[in-house]
Design a protein around this ligand. Structure first.
Ligand code: M6R
Length: 369
């Protein structure tokens, strides 16, 4: 049932091109419209939205963090992302015109369920992004957009994460189209580009042997740090979470600009730092800023592993290792840059002799608060 793979996680990583294609299927028209009739929110409901809250846990929360950049940029609606376990305890400001998006692979996560119940009590509209048909979170929500990643067995979320990102992009694009798009050309280009993601993922997956080799080399490191800016920041957080849960190693993700405000003191000779670099084509300034952050950590002895867009040679002088990924628009880049980090965590855990699919102390679905 593992389809020839040693672990479900490896199988699920390999299924990502198909999972993304399946989640897009039937939701884009030939003229670039997003078709979300299945989501039972009328265009008028969507026009009335004046604030979006995203609530989720763990990896799904990281998908939400990426979504915030996309939704705010495309729709100009303020969007906040909150850990579901914190949400209701701080009395958030919610009303009928608030859209609360609850993201959950299992649809049974108690923290997320309690956050959505709180939102409903406050009269907010709740839209679930979920991978499990008929589970509790979509049943209790006003509307649902299912991800079609297929069952995810490994405790570590991989293909569900990528399809959660796709679902978030679809919602952001749909909101933008319904409400009148500010960056019409950009939105149209993103719709086109989304359809190319499955092929790009195949390219990424075919080039992972150096990542596995690197993972074996670094499997005895005391700590691994991850840095990123903009949507690369949640990717860094996700890379660190994967390594913690699978390899039981100390790992942390940082916004690269924050390093100088404290965390750079952690850098010692040989400390591995994985750097997620955005496309120079999209927001060039952002790329240049992180390149200087990479220089800063390298000057203090870090071993730098740089994930960059193919052809970006500006990173080479500061990289001990480079992992190239295909060119992808900045906001969509997490779909490709997350994959080497999944492969890395899986290979480190394997090299350390861990049960990759069933890490200690963890359950696939967390049904207690
Ligand atoms: O089923 P959910 O998406 O609600 O689960 C949320 C988290 O528990 C989950 O993403 C967890 O962080 C994963 N083990 C991460 O790989």
């Amino acid at each position: 049932e593992k389809g020839g793979y040693d672990y479900f996680m490896l199988k699920e990583i390999a299924e990502q091109p198909q999972a993304v294609a399946d989640t897009l299927l039937g939701r884009l028209t030939e003229t670039g419209e997003i078709l979300l009739d299945e989501v039972r929110l009328s265009d008028q409901d969507l026009r009335d939205v004046d604030k979006v809250f995203i609530v989720a846990c763990g990896t799904a929360y990281h998908a939400g963090l990426v979504a915030k950049y996309a939704i705010e940029h495309w729709t100009r609606i303020p969007c906040e992302v909150e850990l579901a376990s914190e949400f209701r305890y701080r009395d958030p400001v919610l009303d009928r015109s608030t859209l609360v998006v609850a993201i959950s692979q299992s649809g049974e996560t108690m923290d997320t369920l309690m956050a959505l119940r709180h939102a409903k009590e406050q009269k907010a509209r709740v839209l679930a992004i979920c991978n499990t048909n008929g589970s509790t979170i979509p049943r209790e929500s006003d509307a649902v957009l299912y991800t079609h990643s297929g069952p995810e067995i490994a405790v570590a979320s991989t293909k569900a994460f990528l399809t959660q990102l796709v679902a978030c992009y679809l919602i952001g694009l749909h909101l933008a189209q319904v409400r009148g798009v500010k960056y019409a050309d950009e939105v149209a280009a993103v719709v086109d580009q989304l359809q190319e993601v499955p092929d790009k993922l195949r390219t990424v997956l075919a080039a992972m042997e150096p990542v596995r080799q690197l993972a074996r080399d670094l499997s005895t490191a005391g700590t691994v740090l991850f840095i990123g800016r903009h949507v690369g920041y949640p990717v860094a957080l996700e890379g660190a979470l994967k390594l913690k849960e699978l390899a039981y190693m100390h790992a942390e993700g940082f916004a690269a600009g924050e390093l100088k405000h404290g965390p750079i003191a952690l850098i010692d000779k040989g400390t591995p730092v994985i750097c997620v670099v955005p496309s120079p084509a999209g927001r060039g300034m952002l790329r240049d800023k992180i390149v200087s952050n990479i220089q800063e950590v390298r000057a203090r002895g870090a071993r730098t592993i740089v994930i960059a867009e193919e052809g970006d040679e500006a990173v080479l002088p500061f990289a001990d290792h480079v992992i190239y990924v295909p060119r992808t628009p900045t906001l969509l880049a997490p779909l490709v840059t997350s994959v080497p980090l999944q492969v890395f965590a899986c290979a480190v855990a394997d090299a350390r002799g861990h049960d990759v699919d069933q890490p200690r102390n963890l359950a696939k679905s967390v049904t207690v608060e």
